[in-house]
Design a protein around this ligand. Structure first.
Ligand SMILES: N[C@@H](CCC(=O)N[C@@H](CSS)C(=O)NCC(=O)O)C(=O)O
Ligand code: FE2
Length: 233
């Protein structure tokens, strides 16, 4: 990892959400990706202890299973700008799209649109960290469900292949939105070799996804309306 980067992964044990802080060691500016409302105090305390100034709070998508911490974090970092896909239907300080580059001190974060789990899913790519923050589009040995929020299995299949697995080097880290089995991260090469859903043909993938039959997330009724307003509850 580049010496100029500060990187932390945090977990919310209620929703098994991973939150990431990526900071520039020189300017001390930092971004937080997918923070959770109930963990905002913890995240802000850690950022301050690391002498980091959160300038962006990004959401990979409008989460269905927890309320985002982006609005709450502004109580601790009033100048922080939230970011969300312009195609999500939600509000944020910065509406992001394919190809946007976010500058965080000396760190650059590239925005890739990866719809399918929701129509406004984004993946954030850091070439300095050699990592992709995939949200729920690509999970470790899995992928996001496609049965609500304008989900589309075909769109997800194309997104994950065309924007992540077919184009990024095999050593790039895959930093996901959730893992329910305690696995922290993966790599592009590992997912190409072992992902049992996405490495099938598109037709097989569509069938697998239609047969998942998962229960809806417990917090979906509160989470969706709150997250469309940036977690401002
Ligand atoms: N049981 C959890 C929700 C589990 C779930 O639906 N996870 C989502 C990501 S959060 S939108 C998903 O896409 N899962 C795919 C999979 O294969 O597990 C709860 O009640 O919150
Ligand atoms: Fe999700």
């Amino acid at each position: 990892m580049s010496k100029n980067l500060i990187f932390r992964q945090l977990i919310d044990f209620e929703s098994f959400t991973y939150t990431y802080i990526l900071g520039c060691a020189k300017t001390r500016n930092a971004v937080i990706i997918d923070p959770v409302f109930e963990q905002a105090k913890r995240d802000a305390k850690l950022a301050k202890e690391l002498d980091l100034n959160l300038i962006y709070g990004l959401n990979t998508h409008v989460h269905a299973d927890h309320i985002t911490g982006t609005s709450k974090l502004k109580e601790f970092f009033p100048a922080m700008k939230s970011g969300l896909s312009g195609k999500s239907g939600g509000v944020a300080d910065k509406l992001l799209k394919q190809g946007d580059l976010l500058q965080i001190g000396d760190i650059e974060l590239e925005v890739a649109e990866t719809p399918g789990h929701t129509d406004g899913c984004l993946t954030f790519i850091s070439h300095q960290l050699r990592a992709a923050f995939t949200g729920d589009a690509l999970l470790i040995r899995g992928c996001g469900r496609t049965d609500f929020q304008q989900g589309s299995s075909r769109a997800l299949y194309q997104s994950v292949h065309q924007k992540i697995l077919d184009v990024l080097p095999e050593d790039y880290r895959i930093l996901v939105g959730h893992n329910y089995e305690g696995i922290l991260e993966s790599t592009v090469g590992e997912e190409i070799k072992f992902n049992p859903r996405i490495m099938k043909s598109e037709e097989e993938f569509v069938k697998i996804m239609s047969e998942l039959k998962l229960a809806h997330p417990k917090q979906i009724q509160q989470a969706l309306p709150a997250n469309l307003k940036d977690g401002d509850i």
